[in-house]
Design a protein around this ligand. Structure first.
Ligand SMILES: *Cc1c(COP(=O)(O)O)cnc(C)c1O
Length: 490
């Protein structure tokens, strides 16, 4: 990097500080530069480069919050310099986390009295929450096996093959075998019957998902609970359930209060939820709550004594920001049950309107269910001429980020597009999206082979070879997406 020497004499107050005045060569990418640069130049250069990122508000691939009220933004900025782990110095922040845990535990019907403290912790996201919950199950299972004088070196966990990648991480990092119930065409969640069949004496828990990442569908936790109760009775085991409610935990209590998926079911011992998804906070907060104290082995909890009271901590990381916890508390008291319900209903209505718009085109099959997380997963009725990957690519032109991906085993032959409907995705944006999808589909349908592009290679090419080329591109796309189970969806 070269700092142009002339500008050092510039009066920075008088002259524009545009990046090109300071930096005349490409920016350093591998080695830290030798010299410093002015702060305004650093700011300008970096924000210029960031302009090439997608627009988060148009990123329909993600469940993660992209808009909060300006008042909350203010709270976030004013606590950006607080390390959450300094509980001695910031006891109020710790208190806010505990209040959030209590509120979530009550929302999920944990058996705690109105004034009792619930057992749970704030995390960086559901992934950390799931690592902690998984560890608790593993330890409990090991302790029991030890006490019975049985082997405890082959723990496994039963899930659907639609699990989010963090479960595979948990399995690999903490040496637990992942036993996956395969999906099939037309059925894209874990089948509770098959899951219970897979349970054996080494199963530390069955993980059910409330809001499958692929389709937003809720798995039938009630049926799983009932079948597993029967099996436990027959075998004498006590295989528990964890619910991964990363996306659905802040949807179901408001939209489907009668749906039994939480601690109302006796075998559900822990639940995780992403505060940064429908908890409506920016990226960086998740939660895990346990049914009772007994469900979290004490050996995993570290106790910090501060201000005369005992603060148990159970996290993978030590230092982290406080802002997200504070923002979560803001949302809880600002919105209340009423506010969350209103937002979820609005998301749900926008989903319905988008669904109707897509159905009207006559080109798509809707894969997602009406009951579930507000998202639309849809596939093409006819993929012979162009695919969902082509649509996804073409939509980028308008700024939309709509991921296309193949379903997990054994439904890999199905490819879908997925649109997540968040609070900030308004009805008018939904209307625009439909209009743009229609435009893209019409173009792809009318697309005569792109002769100009081909003629670069050799002046005259048959339509067949153009089609072959397009197929080749699609195949390549698929091979990239394949293997990366969840591709760009999160
Ligand atoms: C998003 C998601 C996760 C991972 O959550 P993070 O909060 O992003 O770590 C886990 N499980 C499911 C079902 C999810 O949707």
């Amino acid at each position: 990097m070269v700092i142009s020497t002339t500008n050092q004499d510039f009066d920075q107050d008088l002259h524009s500080t545009f990046a090109s005045r300071y930096v005349r060569t490409s920016l350093p990418r591998f080695k830290m530069p030798d010299q410093s640069i002015p702060k305004d130049a650093a700011y300008q250069i970096i924000s210029d480069e960031l302009m090439l990122d997608g627009n988060p508000r148009l990123n329909l691939a993600s469940f993660v919050t992209t808009w909060m009220e300006p008042e909350c933004d203010k709270l976030i900025m004013s606590s950006i310099n607080k390390n959450y782990v300094d509980m001695d110095e910031y006891p109020v922040t710790t208190e806010l986390q505990n209040r959030c845990v209590n509120m979530i535990a009550h929302l999920f019907h944990a058996p705690v009295g109105d004034d009792d403290t619930a057992v749970g912790v704030g995390t960086v996201g559901s992934s950390e929450a799931i690592m902690l919950a998984g560890l608790a199950f593993k330890r409990k299972w090991q302790a029991k096996r030890k006490s019975l004088g049985k082997t405890y070196d082959k723990p496994n966990i039963v899930t659907g093959s639609n699990v989010q990648v963090c479960w595979e991480k948990f399995a690999r990092y903490f040496e637990v075998d992942l036993k996956e119930v395969k999906l099939k065409e037309g059925y894209y969640v874990m089948d509770p019957v098959k899951a219970v069949e897979m349970v054996d004496e080494n199963t530390i828990c069955v993980a059910a998902i409330l809001g499958s990442t692929m389709t937003g569908e809720f798995e039938d936790v009630k049926l799983l609970n009932d079948l597993l109760m029967e099996k436990n009775k027959e075998t004498g085991w006590d295989t528990p359930i964890h619910v991964d409610a990363a996306s659905g935990g802040f949807v179901a209590p408001f939209l489907y209060p009668d749906l039994k998926w939480d601690f109302r079911l006796p075998l559900v011992k822990s639940i995780n939820v992403s505060g940064h998804k429908y908890g409506l906070v920016y990226a960086g907060v998740g939660w895990v709550v346990w049914r009772t104290k007994e469900d979290l082995p004490d050996e995993l909890v570290f106790h910090i004594n501060y201000l005369g009271s005992d603060q148990p901590t159970f996290t993978l990381n030590f230092s982290k920001g406080s802002s997200q916890i504070i923002a979560q508390y803001y949302q809880f008291i600002r919105l209340g049950f009423e506010g969350y319900k209103d937002i979820m209903m609005n998301c749900s209505e926008n989903t319905r309107s988008l669904k109707e718009g897509l159905q009207k085109t006559g080109r798509f099959d809707i894969i997602s269910k009406d009951i579930g997380v507000p998202l639309l997963a849809f596939s093409l009725k006819d993929s012979s001429r162009y695919t969902v990957f082509d649509i996804s690519e073409s939509l980028r032109r308008f700024g939309w980020i709509v991921p296309a991906y193949t379903m997990p085993p054994d439904a890999q032959h199905i490819s879908v597009l997925r649109v997540v409907i968040r609070e900030d995705f308004s009805r008018s944006l939904a209307d625009r999206l439909i209009a743009d999808i229609v435009k893209v589909v019409n173009e792809l349908e009318a697309a005569q082979p792109t002769k100009t592009a081909i003629s670069v290679h050799n002046g005259k090419v048959s339509e067949d070879s153009v089609r072959e080329m397009q197929k080749g591109i699609t195949k390549y796309w698929r091979s990239v997406v394949h293997g990366k189970k969840t591709s760009s969806v999160c």
